[in-house]
Design a protein around this ligand. Structure first.
Ligand code: NDP
Length: 612
C-alpha cells in the first residue's frame, strides 16, 4: 500500500515566515488596543492638580537671605550632571563653583525618587561615577536608590560642592550682561548673582505626570506619585516594612521600570494589591547579588574606568570580538552580545539600519528575544489568564526594558490581582471609593501613581528657564526658525560661556551617568581653555553649521519603527517620532573619542575673543 504524499510540505523557512507574520499581526492588534486619540494630551500637569508636587517631602525649606555675589561657575541642577560638572571643575582648580538645586540636597532623580524597591538597573560599578576618586565599592550589583543618593552626597563632599550650593532653590532666569561679560542668575528665592560661566544640568525626568483619568479628583482615599512616596502614610522605608499598609487595599497604576520595582514591595505589605496595567513591560532576568572589591578587581588602578568603558563598548555595539571580554555580564550586555553575534557582518560593512537584509535579521532576533521573555512569564506565573495578560506583544526596543526576579512571582500571591486596562485604554474612571475598569469598580484605600514623567519639559529648551544671550536675544526665539544650534551640543553662538549638558546634539547610552561624566569633563576643559586664552566659550556660526551637517548626515531612520510600536513616550504615545536629526550620528564611544581628539587639536573652534 502506498501512503498518500503530502503535496505541500511546510518547510522550516515557510513555517518561520508564517510565525513571523502572526507575530507582526498580533503586535499591530495589541498596538491598536492601546492607541488613544488624545495621545500625549491624556496626561495632566501635576503641579496644577496636586499641590504636593511643588513641595519637598524630605527637607524642610530653610529661610535665608538672598545671595548677591559673583562666582566663577554657576551650575543649574544638583543631580549627577551638576555634581559631576562641579567635581570635574574642581579637579581643574576652577575657583568658585555654585550649584543651584530645587531639592533640599544633591542627588537629582535619586533625591526625589525613594519609592520602595528603588534600584538602578544598570550595574552599580558602571553606573556610580567617580568610584576610584571616592574610594567607594558598591555593595550590590544593582545599587538601591539610597546607596546611589548617598554616593551623590559623597562626591559632593569630596569635591567641596556644598560650600557654595543653594538648595531648595530654582533658577528662574539666565541673562548675559555683555558689559560685565558675565551671566546674571536669578532664582525663586530672590537671589541675583553673577557667574562667568553657566552650566545647565537640568535633567529630563523631573516633572512627574498623572493620567487625566475622569473623576481622579473625586477619589477620597489616599494618593501619591512614586516620585513623592508618602512614607508618612505607608510607614517603612525603601527597603519595605510598610506597616501602615496592613489591613489596607492598595492600587498601583503603571507597570514601567518604576512599577516593576515597587509592586513586589507593596505585595508584601498591603492586605491586597491591585496592579492596574495598560501595557506589560518586558521583564528580563535580574540576578541581584552582593559585590566585593575582589569581584571587581578593584585593587588595580583604572578598574572602574575600564569596566565603564567596557560596558559602553558592549551596549554600543563597538566591542571587538575576541578582544573585549564582557566584564559586566548581565542582561544588557548579553542582548548586545547576541546582536553582535548574529549581525556582525552588517555592522562591520556599515550597512545597518535601512538595509533590508539587516532589518529582516534584526526582526528575527527581536522576535526570538520577545518569545523568550513571553515564555518566562508563563514559566513563572501560575494563573494562565494572568500570565497571558502579562505577556508583552511589541518589539523589544519599543519600550524601555525592565529586569526583575521578584515582579512576576508577586502575581502568584493570593493578595495580588492584575487588572488589565488595555481594552479601556487605561483606567476608565475613578470614583470616591476606587478605580473603574471595564465597568468594574475596584475599591482601594490608597492609589499609587507609577505613571512616569513628562519628558523634555524642563530646562532651557522647554522655555521653563528663560535664557537671554547677547543683545537681548532669547534662546528659544533664536532657535525658533531652524531649531537648536550648537557645537557638540554644549555651546551656542550668541550665548557666550553657557554650556549645556544633556542629550541635545550629543550621544546617548543606557548608562546615562557615564554620558554625563564625559560631558562634565568636556565642559571643564572648555572652561579651562577659555580661561587660559582669555576668551569666551562661544563657537562661530560656521562651526555650528558644520556640526549641524554632521548630525543631519546621520539622521536616524527609525520613524517607521516607532510608527509600528505600542504607544509610550518613546513614540509620543503612538503619534510617531519623525526622523529629525537631534543627536550624534554614531555611538557614544565614537563621540567620546571624537571629543577627546577635538580637545587636543581644535578646541579653539569653540572660543571667541571678547567683544569689549
Ligand atoms: P513610565 O512612563 O515608563 O511608565 C508609566 C506607566 O504608567 C506605564 O506602564 C503606563 O502604561 C502607565 N499608565 C499611564 N497612564 C495610564 C493610565 N491612564 N492607565 C493605566 N496605566 C497608565 O514611567 P516609570 O516611572 O516607570 O519610568 C520612567 C523612566 O524612569 C523610565 O523610562 C526609566 O528610564 C527611568 N527609570 C529607570 C530605572 C532604572 O533602574 N535605571 C528605574 C525606574 C525608572 P503604558 O505603557 O500603556 O503607557
Amino acid at each position: 500500500m502506498t501512503l498518500p504524499r503530502c503535496e505541500n510540505p511546510v518547510t522550516p523557512e515557510r513555517a518561520a515566515q508564517i510565525k513571523a507574520t502572526q507575530i507582526r499581526e498580533r503586535y499591530t492588534a495589541e498596538r491598536e488596543r492601546r492607541v488613544r486619540p488624545d495621545g500625549s494630551a491624556q496626561y495632566r500637569p501635576t503641579e496644577a492638580e496636586f499641590g504636593y508636587f511643588a513641595e519637598d517631602p524630605y527637607t524642610e525649606r530653610a529661610e535665608r537671605e538672598p545671595v548677591r555675589d559673583v562666582v566663577d561657575v554657576a551650575v543649574v541642577g544638583g543631580g549627577f550632571g551638576g555634581i559631576l560638572a562641579g567635581a570635574r571643575l574642581r579637579q581643574q582648580d576652577i575657583g568658585s563653583v555654585r550649584i543651584v538645586e530645587k531639592g533640599g540636597d544633591f542627588g537629582g532623580t535619586w533625591y526625589w525618587n525613594r519609592y520602595p524597591g528603588i534600584h538602578c538597573d544598570i550595574d552599580a560599578a558602571v553606573y556610580l561615577p567617580l568610584l576610584e576618586e571616592t574610594g567607594y565599592i558598591p555593595r550590590w550589583k544593582y545599587a538601591p536608590g539610597e546607596e546611589i543618593r548617598q554616593h551623590a552626597v559623597r562626591i559632593a563632599e569630596k569635591f567641596d560642592l556644598y560650600e557654595n550650593a543653594l538648595f531648595s532653590t530654582a533658577v528662574t532666569s539666565l541673562t548675559w550682561d555683555d558689559a560685565d561679560q558675565r551671566w546674571l542668575v536669578t532664582t525663586d528665592r530672590g537671589d541675583e548673582f553673577r557667574a562667568t560661566y553657566v552650566i545647565t544640568a537640568t535633567g529630563t525626568l523631573t516633572e512627574p505626570k498623572l493620567p487625566g483619568i475622569p473623576g481622579i479628583e473625586s477619589f477620597a482615599g489616599h494618593t501619591f506619585h512614586t516620585s513623592r512616596w508618602d512614607y508618612g502614610y505607608t510607614g517603612g522605608t525603601a527597603e519595605g516594612g510598610m506597616t501602615g499598609l496592613a489591613g489596607r487595599k492598595v492600587g498601583i497604576v503603571g507597570t514601567g521600570a518604576t512599577g516593576i520595582q515597587a509592586v513586589p514591595m507593596l505585595a508584601e505589605d498591603a492586605e491586597h494589591l491591585y496592579v492596574f496595567q495598560r501595557t506589560p513591560s518586558t521583564v528580563g532576568v535580574r540576578g541581584q547579588r552582593p559585590l566585593t572589591a575582589a569581584d571587581l578587581g578593584a585593587d588595580r588602578p583604572g578598574w572602574a574606568t575600564e569596566r565603564r568603558e567596557n560596558f559602553l563598548r558592549l551596549v554600543s555595539g563597538e566591542a571587538v570580538p575576541g578582544v573585549d571580554e564582557d566584564l559586566v555580564d548581565d542582561a544588557w550586555t548579553e542582548s548586545a552580545a547576541l546582536l553582535e553575534k548574529l549581525l556582525p557582518s552588517f555592522r562591520r560593512d556599515g550597512a545597518g539600519q535601512g538595509n533590508e537584509e539587516f532589518e529582516a535579521a534584526y526582526e528575527a532576533l527581536d522576535h526570538a528575544t520577545m518569545e523568550r521573555i513571553r515564555a518566562r512569564v508563563t514559566e513563572i506565573v501560575e494563573d494562565p489568564a494572568t500570565a497571558s495578560a502579562l505577556q508583552p506583544w511589541y518589539r523589544y526596543a519599543c519600550k524601555r526594558p525592565t529586569f526583575s526576579d521578584r515582579y512576576l512571582p508577586a502575581f502568584n500571591r493570593d493578595n495580588v490581582t492584575l487588572v488589565d486596562t488595555a481594552d479601556s485604554h487605561g483606567i476608565e474612571r475613578m470614583t470616591e471609593r476606587g478605580v473603574v475598569v471595564d465597568g468594574v469598580e475596584y475599591e482601594v484605600d490608597a492609589l499609587v501613581f507609577a505613571t512616569g514623567f513628562s519628558v523634555g519639559v524642563s530646562g532651557i529648551t522647554s522655555g521653563r528657564l528663560p535664557v537671554t544671550g547677547r543683545d537681548g536675544l532669547q534662546l528659544l526665539h533664536a532657535w525658533a526658525q531652524e531649531g537648536p544650534r550648537s557645537l557638540h551640543g554644549f555651546a551656542s553662538s550668541g550665548f557666550p560661556n553657557l554650556l549645556k549638558m544633556g542629550s541635545l546634539h550629543n550621544a546617548s547610552s543606557v548608562n546615562f551617568s557615564h554620558i554625563l561624566d564625559e560631558q562634565a569633563v568636556h565642559a571643564a576643559a572648555l572652561v579651562v581653555a577659555a580661561e587660559t586664552r582669555g576668551a569666551l566659550v562661544e563657537p562661530s556660526r560656521e562651526a555650528e553649521d558644520a556640526w549641524a551637517r554632521r548630525i543631519a548626515e546621520g539622521a536616524p531612520r527609525h520613524a517607521w519603527f516607532h510608527a509600528e510600536c505600542t504607544p509610550g513616550y518613546y513614540n509620543a504615545e503612538g503619534a510617531g517620532r519623525p526622523d529629525v536629526p537631534t543627536g550624534y550620528p554614531g555611538s557614544a564611544v565614537a563621540f567620546h573619542e571624537e571629543l577627546r581628539a577635538w580637545r587636543e587639536t581644535s578646541i579653539d573652534e569653540a572660543l571667541t575673543v571678547p567683544r569689549t
